[in-house]
Design a binder for this molecule. Structure first.
Ligand code: SF4
Ligand code: SF4
Length: 152
């Protein structure tokens, strides 16, 4: 299938082919970081701990086809984007397009450079550790960011 130039500027997410949908992912890996939610105030804390299936070198899921079965908390953006969009990082291409915003200049589709995500410091590969190396009781020590509650 031929990919139309700048398809992300002319097509809605619903109209994108599977191939176009996958190309939209910049491979930053930020959606694969473990998050902790404070049930009292609904604040969400982002850690530098990555899902056990994230390949920390490539920042790609190591079992993409079976991911939802293996990791029940994995977000299925194709079916649940409207519900999950505010849990995605502000730079996420799906979130940006959903909200009618342009892609980041470092997105490989706009930069035409497969290394631009890393060069821009947007990839988690520089700082993430696998959840397999972290005891669950230690997660709070790995918080790097938060959103929700008073941020909204
Ligand atoms: S945050 Fe968005 S763009 Fe980045 S890896 Fe996740 S789905 Fe892809
Ligand atoms: S299962 Fe794969 S896509 Fe889902 S959070 Fe883990 S690494 Fe990311």
């Amino acid at each position: 299938m031929t990919i139309k130039t700048n398809f992300w500027e002319t097509k809605s997410l619903d109209d994108m082919s599977d191939e176009e949908w996958e190309l939209l992912c910049d491979g930053c890996g930020r959606c694969c970081l473990v998050k902790l939610e404070d049930e009292e105030n609904e604040k969400v804390y982002v850690t530098n701990v990555a899902c056990k299936l994230l390949d920390l070198e490539t920042c790609r899921c190591s079992d993409y086809l079976n991911r939802i079965k293996i990791v029940p908390m994995c977000m299925n953006l194709k079916t649940d984007l409207a519900e999950m969009v505010d849990y995605l990082p502000e730079t996420c291409a799906y979130r940006l397009i959903y909200k009618g915003l342009p892609l980041e200049s470092w997105h490989p589709l706009t930069s035409s450079n497969s290394d631009s995500v890393i060069d821009a410091g947007a990839s988690v590969s520089e700082f993430a550790v696998s959840e397999e190396a972290i005891h669950p009781d230690q997660l709070e020590l790995h918080i790097i960011d938060s959103f929700g509650d008073d941020d909204q």
